[in-house]
Structure formats: structure tokens, C-alpha cells
Design a protein around this ligand. Structure first.
Ligand SMILES: [Zn+2]
Ligand SMILES: [Zn+2]
Length: 370
């Protein structure tokens, strides 16, 4: 049966697996052996096919955000179901999952019973659990993506992935793509509207492509990195703007998605929003200086400012549909610069921190193309 602590000396390799364990900022991840859990009702065990390292993981590794230790980081994962409890979980369509299904799943597991869940904000559940953000102890230790296997808890929103979508493209679905789906849901209809995106990272690239697909007539992007803005053009950006050029162009927008977290971008948003504009703040997940807003501008323009953090199962559904429908029109697979073995996980992190590509991936074992 299941032991409470990771054990490095278990004698039966089929009952154990390897995970890269985070013991604190600035320290290399350590490969440790964990027992494979015996499943309980509603749970599934997945083999990690591919895991991409997100900006938030890098923040944790650098000590810019605090996570419990020891923990298994990373939440952007494509997995293959290898074991299911009885009764087992179903996918977002209510279909029973089967061994061999290729899946992704919501970062957040909600109780669907507390006041916040009942009021339509399951992503801010009072008993929320987030994959890749929990202490690696007990029978639920395998909760992060930098591992050979992960345990999916009961209540996890699980999406079956369509054939033809490469693992590299599917992996960020449950983070950046779903977050942007949530941001557009908060923004309302963007059909035939002018959209501005601040920040040309994974969120921003996705936001540009999704804005195009949602029918926006203009999707402009603003970043300090010219190379990334050039890449954003291949995702459909109609205008690439620097903070300086925005001020001089006297442009205005109906929807602004702020994905950079820069206070200057939030301040500029109030100037750049037209009458009735919706400004959605997505990137401000780290502490920053307070921003200065002119309330009379917001009042006179009937502007709305909303924050989006985490996402609901319906956003994961929309994200999977978006990627399934349109991934071949955009260079999503190029966003993963390099793929490393799990045994080279520290090299993957060093590469990420040094070269700052949009994503690097870790592949714990050989997987056949899907
Ligand atoms: Zn992420
Ligand atoms: Zn809840």
C-alpha cells in the first residue's frame, strides 16, 4: 500500500515513479522516487507525456513567489490515462474516460459546493487545490507535472484532446489558453471590435490568435521586445506598438487585455480605451507598484475594469475547442523552444532562465506522436 513519504529505495520499479522535487528557491530540483498511489473513487492516474514550464514556475524557482516545499512544480501537462478508479472520472462531455485517452485538465480542482462555487466562481473555490502548487506528501503527492505520473483528483475537469494536435501545442492549453478564454469571456463579445493586447508572451500570443478567431477587426499588440512582436504578427497581430508609439498614435480600443503585469500598461489602458471599453487585467500576478488611474476618464467613458485569475471548466472547454479548430493556422508549436528529458530537468530550467524562450518542455518518457 501507499507510503506517506517519498522513498528512494523501493524494490519494485513498476510500483514507483520518478518526480523532480522542488526544495526551495535557487536549489536544483532533485529526482526522487514516489510510490504509485492506489486509486480511490473518482481518481485517475496519468502518465505525463509532456510538460511545459510556465512563467509562474520560473517565478517560484527564482523565489519571486512562495510555494510549499517539498513540492512537484508545473501544471501545463498532456497526459495519458494509465489507470482509473471504479467508478472513474468522466471528461468534460460526460463521457467515461478510458485507459489510453490523451488528456489535459484544469489547473484548479474546485469543490462545487461552497458559496463561491455556487455563485459561479469555482476558480476561486474556498477549498481550491491547484496542480503544481501543493506540498508533495501523502497519497496525493504526485500533483505536479515534472514527474512521470500524476494523480488526478476527484472533481478535476478533464478534457480529452483531439487527434492531430501535437503535445507541444496542447500542453499550455490548461494554463495560457484557458486563462485567455476566461479573459475573453469576461470581456464579452469582441466581434468586429478593436482589441489591444499588452505583453507578447504565451498569454499575449494566444490572446492575439483567439481575438482574431473571435472576429475582432483589429488586434494590436504592445511589448518592449521587438522580436516577440514580430512573432506576434504570425499569430495575427494587425499592429505592433511600443508604449511610446501608442501615445503618439492616438489609437483607441474597445477591449484591452493586459497580460504583461506592467503598471504602465494598466495606466495606459485607461487612456487607450474608447467609450464603453472593457479592460481585463490578467498579468498582474506579482506585486507591483500601485497604479494611477484617472477616475473621471473611467466614468465619462463608461469603462469597465475587471480582473481574471484562474478559470472555470467552461474556459478549459473553450480553450480546447479553440486549439482544435485553429492551431494549424498559427505557429504554436514554435513556442516550445526545446524539449528535455526529466533527468535533465535542471538543464531545462537553466535554459529557460538564460534564454527566456516562451516555453521549454520536459518529456519524462518516450511517447508516440498523436
Ligand atoms: Zn502555466
Ligand atoms: Zn468550492
Amino acid at each position: 500500500m501507499f507510503e506517506n513519504q517519498p522513498s528512494g529505495d523501493s524494490s519494485d520499479p513498476s510500483q514507483t515513479c520518478t518526480a523532480a522535487v522542488f526544495h526551495g528557491a535557487g536549489r536544483p530540483l532533485q529526482l526522487q522516487s514516489f510510490p504509485r498511489p492506489v486509486l480511490r473513487a473518482g481518481e485517475a492516474l496519468v502518465r505525463v507525456r509532456l510538460c511545459t514550464i510556465c512563467g509562474s514556475d520560473l517565478h517560484t524557482l527564482k523565489g519571486l513567489r512562495i510555494e510549499p516545499t517539498p513540492s512537484i512544480l508545473a501544471h501545463e501537462v498532456v497526459g495519458e490515462i494509465v489507470d482509473l478508479a471504479q467508478p472513474g472520472p468522466r471528461d468534460l462531455d460526460g463521457k467515461p474516460l478510458r485507459r489510453g485517452d490523451r488528456v489535459t485538465w484544469s489547473i484548479c480542482v474546485s469543490c462545487f459546493d461552497c458559496d463561491r462555487c455556487r455563485s459561479g466562481l469555482p476558480q476561486k473555490c474556498r477549498r481550491l487545490v491547484k496542480y503544481g502548487h501543493s506540498v508533495a506528501e501523502g497519497r496525493e503527492a504526485l500533483s505536479g507535472g515534472l514527474a512521470e505520473y500524476m494523480l488526478l483528483r476527484p472533481g478535476t475537469a478533464i478534457a480529452t484532446l483531439p487527434r492531430g494536435v501535437p503535445d507541444e501545442v496542447a500542453s499550455p492549453i490548461n494554463c495560457a489558453t484557458s486563462t485567455i478564454a476566461a479573459a475573453y469571456r469576461a470581456a464579452g463579445d469582441v466581434d468586429r471590435q478593436r482589441v489591444l493586447i499588452f505583453g507578447a508572451g504565451m498569454l499575449g500570443m494566444t490572446a492575439v490568435a483567439m481575438g482574431k478567431e473571435l472576429g475582432a477587426t483589429q488586434v494590436a499588440i504592445c511589448d518592449v521586445d521587438q522580436q516577440r512582436m514580430t512573432l506576434a504578427e504570425r499569430f495575427g497581430a494587425s499592429d505592433t506598438l511600443t508604449v511610446d508609439s501608442i501615445a503618439s498614435r492616438n489609437a483607441s480600443f474597445d477591449v484591452i487585455l493586459e497580460c504583461s503585469g506592467a503598471p504602465e500598461a494598466i495606466e495606459a489602458s485607461c487612456q487607450l480605451g474608447d467609450v464603453g471599453a472593457r479592460v481585463i487585467l490578467v498579468g498582474s500576478v506579482m506585486e507591483s507598484r500601485p497604479v494611477q488611474l484617472d477616475p473621471t476618464t473611467i466614468v465619462r467613458k463608461w469603462m469597465s475594469i475587471a480582473g481574471v485569475h484562474n478559470y472555470a471548466p467552461m474556459d478549459l472547454r473553450n480553450a480546447v475547442d479553440f486549439i482544435a479548430r485553429s492551431h494549424h493556422r498559427y505557429p504554436f508549436s514554435e513556442l516550445v523552444a526545446k524539449t528535455f528529458d526529466l533527468s535533465d530537468v535542471n538543464a531545462a530550467i537553466d535554459h529557460s532562465l538564460e534564454h527566456r524562450p516562451i516555453r521549454v518542455a520536459v518529456r519524462p518518457g518516450a511517447s508516440t506522436p498523436w
